[in-house]
Write a new protein. Sequence first.
Lengths: 260, 697
Amino acid sequence: MSEMVKTDYSRRQFIAGMGGLGIGAILTGAIGGTLLRPDRAMAIPASKGYIVVDTKKCSGCYSCELMCSLVHEGKENLNLSRIQVINDSFAGFPNDLMQFQCRQCPSPACVQACPTGAMHVDTENGNIRTVDASKCIGCERCINACPFTPSRVQWNNEAKHAQKCDLCQVTPFWSEKGGFEGKQACVEVCPNKAVALTHTIPSQTGDGGYQLNMRTEKGWAKLGFPIDDAGLVIGDNSLPMTKGAEPSHPAGKTGYFTKP
Amino acid sequence: MANGFVGKILRIDLTARTTSIIETAKYESWGGGHGIGSAIFFDLVKDKKIKAFDPANVVTIMSSPLSGTAVPACSGRTEVQGIGAQSYPIEWFTRSNFGGRFGAHMKYAGWDGIVLEGKADKPVWLNIVNDKVVFQDAKDLWGKDTYETQKDIWAQVIGEQMDTWHSATSNRDGGRTTQRPAVLTIGPAGENLSRIASLIHDAGNGAGQGGFGGVWGSKNLKAISVLGTGSVELADPKALADARLWLARNYQYNVDDPAVVTPLGGATGVTVSEFGQGAVPLFTRQPGFGPELTTPVLEPSRPQGCLGCHQNCRIKTQSGQGNESQCVDGLFSSFNTVATGDELLKATDLFQRMGVNAFEFVGLMGYLVALNKMGVLGKGKKIHTDIDIANYNSYATRKALIEGIAYRKDIGKDLAEGTVRAMEKWGRLADLNTGIARFPNWGYAQHYDPRIEVEWGYGSILGERDINEHDINWAVFWQPLAAFCIGEEPAYSAKKLSEIFAEKLIPYNDPKMIDYSPEGIYSDAKVKMIAWHRHYTRFYKQSLGFCDWAYANFINPSSKDGKGYTPEAEPKFHQAVTGTKMSFLDGLEQGRKIWNLDRAIWALQGRHRDMEVFAGYVYDLDTAVPYMLPILKDGVWSYDPCQGRRLDRAKFEDWKTRYFKFEGWDIKSGWPTQETLSKLGLDNVAAELKSAGKLGS
């Protein structure tokens, strides 16, 4: 008997009004989608920003989660982070680790499911899908409506409202400007540069649009890590430069210790 | 006040199977981690002379105010203390430390630390989910290796489906998490009371030195699982976010556009002949650098980091073998010319699975091979073994040795007591004098050479174990060695290095502190160097949790000027989290206080300066291999191979006297004095020393 209670948010719980839309919907352009709610239809403009990741480049350090919680909540709590990393210490690369970020869906089931408008599209800030906490009644329909597992919308058990990634639009504990035109804490802190912001709508088919290959020959391969899409080939980390090259770094005296 | 602490320490009485709470506030002034652990140990253990396996031995598992936060290369570390089983001849009060995420999850669950006392009547494991603590029967876990144990506990705590949200309680306000519980466990070696048994967390985090695995085994404690959904409150979140990005932008290795790239071996990895190439990443601190020296890239892999790390020094492999292991975990395999990478990684994992301290093999393996070549050890020899020592390259031999120790089979029965105790049983302690066996201090294997790299050796003999503190070592030893191994000049000249150290080693600011010349190692500058190092590490590393592989940071090839982030980073992070206006020097003073408390505990255990002498070979055998260190000769700095060096007994004793004076300790005994302890606010410690007749004068 499990000590903890599993909370499995599956597609089965997807609100019937969503019909055939959901993960598979491929929508581009200024108008992301037309969603059916029980009482009305509404047009939803596409978000102007999306978080993309390279899971094969992630080292599972959780720095993104710690920064996300820090700048949004002013405290540290992995469970209040809007990006989630799940890591299995014993499994083999690349199936040992997963990153789960909000997809800012063109057809956001969470927004459609909200009965109060708390989960909404912020048209003044790049059409990000986000929560107006003052309107949240805690029904968790948005959490259940998210078609992905784990749900990208989460219950903030301390502040008592639903929350999700807002591209750092509202970060009261950060001195830098966030939002779709600004910076995102997870992107800035990631030591491996395995998280990035794009302004182009990723492909909505499967996870491919949100899981990019950000590994470079100049950097990542020289560390001996794979840069091929599948992550099957050890990076070419053979001697990278001509011995005796002019150093460009104050610490460097020889060709071996210089900028490539 | 929001200051990084979560307010409570969980006190576990294994004998009575009860729990109670220690208010953290009572111990907060110690800073965290080691300081709090020493203070709790001092208060709770009335008779400090008890043995490691005595049920009255108290083991503390402490986080710090910085644990579980965005402070880089710090957030994930956990300090373990208590009377250890490993040291020889006396089982000193000691420490170990491990990475991963355990300490952070303790705090998310609402606990700054865990204090273990007593002994369960039969094997148990502790299941902690937030404030709920359950003693669970470990009958089905006893006998399992550390990996099996952790997977089993994961499934018991959160079920089989891992990749989803799990609620801590049936009420949603209890919090939800996507994380697996953090488990700290022993393997068969600990169950069988080995003195070289480790505590293992996840795949590659081990509290190895000290023999705490055996201590847990003696308490019938198999594992502690902790999962938390709570928050850590901070004094100045905005300052912490700024500080983290300040370090990232100015000092972090740029994985896409590196300031320094390294001449690693080819895709087939590093062989013995390419050792120098494998050493180079230790200088650059690139992701995955940890295992490069010994278990290089053998498979498609990714770097792996402890919670909150900016370096991510380990790797995870395609096969999953060798995950999170590094450096010494693979050292004894790789140095013996591994037949295949697969076997190297398997042997590495076996240490972790069995819960055997891999570092012991750094001294043990060569010693066994020597005895075998001498005709002393082998099948039918004076020391009989069925293990094929001559074929030490094979995985079969390694497996037989590691499992032999874990299950006390063959010579493993003797070696489970630690190499030096086995030597004592075999009547071969004299091998410590000839250098056939290299265990220079307190029965711990030689790490760096105490005849020349004295910040390591002096720190170890004045303490209670191999210090395992690399901050100075990275810069003075590995940095030049890596270059010389590939026929190049070091990136930092010896003179430049001395200038950087002088700038950063406040308040002493003496470049001669890193002079390793035959005269320099006995100098007054070296007195200051050792004092700085003991005080720095006791507070910043072992109490606040700054990782040994990232702090102190003297040189940094990824920074604009090549200099590291010490001493600016430490107080910047500490202040952001705790709100305490503590300067870097204030932290050193706190370290001095903790160092004195530890010193007092050792005095109560029977320590005297006359015992603080190295094994004979340190004084009687010359160094033979090149060992690059900076020296100052005739006013000129250079790197010197330091060959033909040995420690001079009289000079070292004289140095000790000057060091004791510098610390305010009795020069005859090495015990702290009333005056010194009073100045540090440790009158209660002085009183206990006085009543035991151990107060210095």
